[in-house]
Design a binder for this molecule. Structure first.
Ligand code: FAD
Length: 427
C-alpha cells in the first residue's frame, strides 16, 4: 500500500522545518518531513558559532540553538518526520521514492512537495589545481564537521582558499583550536563572505586576506607539505613572477556552494543557470504545479533568518494549494497575466522570476544578489519604463543577499504592467 500525505517536505534543515511548521499553522494536518541525516536541523548542527537568529528572534544564537527552536515546534505540533531516510526519486506525479534501514525502499504519494534539500560544497575536482592528491585537503564544511562534531583537528598549519562564509568561520575556528591559519586566498578582487565575518574571523585574529590570489600548486605526495599562491590578473589567470610559498599541512577549500538539485532536475523542474536552483513564481512554486522550493536549494542564502522566512511562505503557499486543490481561482480575463522579473546592470538574478499579480501576497519580498562590489550606488526598480524605486546604498557586495518589497496593491494598480526590472544605477 502506497502511503499518502498532503504535503511531503524533502530535507529537515531550517528550510524544511519552517515550511512544515507553517503548513501546519495554515491548517494542513497530513505533513511528512523526510531527512537523510540522523537528526533534524541540517547544516546548522555543525555551526556552533553564534550569529544566528538576529532578525527572527532579536538574539544571537548558535546554529544548534536556532535549529532547536524549530525542532521543538515540530515535535510540539506532532509533525511527522522520518530520519535516516534518503529520498532517491520524485516523479512529476509527486510519487516519492525513499529508503531507510527499517522500511527498505518505499513509495509515498504527495499532493504537494516542498523541496528543501539545501546545498553542498564545491570540491577540489571543480578547481583544476595541479599537484598530487595528498591527504590534508578538505572542504571547509568537512573540516567544520570534523572539528565541531567528530572532535578531530584536521591540521596544524593551514592555508584557506576562498573567502566564502564557511572559509572565514573555519579560519577563526581552527585558530581557536590551536592551529595556525597562515593566509586566506581569494580569486576575486572582493570577498565572497559577509563583512561581519571578515572583521570577526580574520581581522580580529590577524589573519591576512589576499584578494586576487589563487593556489597554483600543492606540494606533498602523502600529506600536504605546502602550497604556492600567485596573484591573478583581470583575466583570472596567475601572473608569472608573483608566486609565494606557504609551508602548511592542510588546505581548506571554501570555493562555493551548489544547490542540491539532482532530484529536482530528474523530475523535470526548470533550473536557473545563475543560481542552479529552481525557477519559481511568486508562490515559490516551480514549473511543476504543486512543487515548491525554499532555502539553499532554491538559492544560496547568507543568513538563516531569511531561509526561515522564505520557507514559511513556501509552507503557506503549499497549504493554500492543498486547500484549493487547484491553483487559486481568478477571473478568466486576468488569468494569463504574468509579470516577468528582469535582472540587469549588476543584478545577477531574482527570486521569484515571475509574478502572477492576482496570486501574490499583500506584500512580497524579492531577493537577489549583485555580481560585483558597487559603492555609492542605487538599487532601482522599474515597472516597464517607469522608475518606482531608487534606494541609495553606500556599498553592495556579492556576499550579501539583497531584497526589495513589492505590494500587491502597487502591482494591481499598474494594470498594463508586463515587466519589472531590478538593476544597479550610479545616479
Ligand atoms: C559553515 C556555515 C556557516 C554558516 N553561518 C551562518 C551564520 O553565522 N549566520 C546565519 O544566519 N547563517 C549561517 N549559515 C547559513 C545557514 O546555515 C543556511 O542558510 C541554512 O542552514 C540553510 O538551510 P536549508 O534548510 O536550506 O539547508 P540545510 O541546512 O543544508 O538542510 C538541508 C537538509 O536536507 C537534507 N537532504 C538533502 N537531500 C536529501 C535527500 N535526498 N533526502 C533526504 N534529505 C535530504 C540534508 O541532509 C539537510 O539536513 C551558515 C552556513 C554554513 C554552511
Amino acid at each position: 500500500m502506497i502511503k499518502k500525505y498532503d504535503i511531503v517536505i524533502i530535507g529537515g534543515g531550517p528550510a524544511g522545518l519552517a515550511a512544515a511548521i507553517s503548513a501546519r499553522k495554515n491548517g494542513i494536518e497530513s505533513t511528512l518531513i523526510l531527512e537523510r541525516d540522523k537528526e533534524l536541523g541540517g547544516i546548522l548542527n555543525q555551526c556552533i558559532h553564534n550569529g544566528f537568529g538576529l532578525h527572527t528572534f532579536g538574539e544571537e544564537l548558535t546554529g544548534p540553538e536556532y535549529a532547536d527552536r524549530f525542532i521543538r515546534q515540530v515535535r510540539e505540533q506532532n509533525i511527522e518526520y522520518k530520519l535516516n531516510t534518503m529520498v532517491i526519486n520524485i516523479s512529476r506525479e509527486k510519487v516519492i521514492t525513499a529508503m531507510n534501514r527499517e522500511e527498505g525502499m518505499f513509495l509515498i504519494q504527495a499532493k504537494a512537495v516542498i523541496l528543501a534539500m539545501g546545498c553542498r560544497e564545491r570540491s577540489r575536482g571543480a578547481l583544476n589545481i595541479p599537484g598530487y592528491r595528498p591527504a590534508g585537503i578538505y572542504s571547509a564544511g568537512t573540516a567544520q564537521r570534523l572539528v565541531n562534531i567528530e572532535g578531530y583537528l584536521p591540521g596544524r598549519e593551514v592555508v584557506i582558499l576562498g573567502s566564502g562564509d564557511i572559509g572565514l568561520i573555519m579560519a577563526r575556528r581552527m585558530t581557536l583550536e590551536g592551529a595556525k591559519v597562515k593566509v586566506v586566498a581569494e580569486l576575486m578582487p572582493y570577498s565572497g563572505g559577509l563583512k561581519r565575518n571578515i572583521v570577526q574571523c580574520l581581522d580580529d585574529f590577524g589573519i591576512p586576506l589576499k584578494l586576487s590570489h589563487t593556489v597554483v600548486n600543492i606540494k606533498g605526495k602523502e600529506r600536504v607539505e605546502g602550497v604556492t599562491l600567485a596573484q591573478v590578473g583581470a583575466d583570472g589567470k596567475p601572473i608569472p613572477g608573483t608566486e609565494e610559498e606557504y609551508a602548511c599541512d592542510t588546505l581548506l577549500l571554501s570555493v562555493g556552494l551548489i544547490p542540491e538539485n539532482e532530484l529536482s532536475r530528474e523530475m523535470g523542474v526548470e533550473l536557473n543557470r545563475v543560481t542552479s536552483g529552481p525557477v519559481v513564481n511568486e508562490s515559490l512554486e516551480t514549473n511543476i504545479e504543486g512543487v515548491f522550493a525554499c532555502g539553499n536549494v532554491l538559492h544560496v542564502h547568507d543568513l538563516v533568518d531569511f531561509v526561515s522566512e522564505e520557507a514559511a511562505a513556501a509552507g503557506k503557499n503549499a497549504a493554500d494549494y492543498i486547500k484549493w486543490q487547484q491553483p487559486v481561482e481568478v477571473p478568466e480575463q486576468k488569468q494569463n497575466r504574468t509579470i516577468i522579473l528582469e535582472s540587469r546592470n549588476g543584478v545577477r538574478y531574482t527570486v521569484p522570476a515571475v509574478i502572477r499579480p492576482e496570486r501574490m501576497p499583500e506584500e512580497m519580498t524579492v531577493r537577489f544578489r549583485v555580481g560585483a562590489v558597487y559603492k555609492n550606488c542605487y538599487i532601482s526598480c522599474y515597472f516597464d519604463e517607469e522608475r518606482v524605486l531608487h534606494k541609495k546604498r553606500t556599498i553592495l557586495a556579492p556576499g550579501e543577499m539583497e531584497q526589495i518589497k513589492l505590494t500587491k496593491e502597487q502591482i494591481l494598480n499598474a494594470s498594463s504592467l508586463r515587466k519589472i526590472s531590478i538593476l544597479i544605477e550610479e545616479e
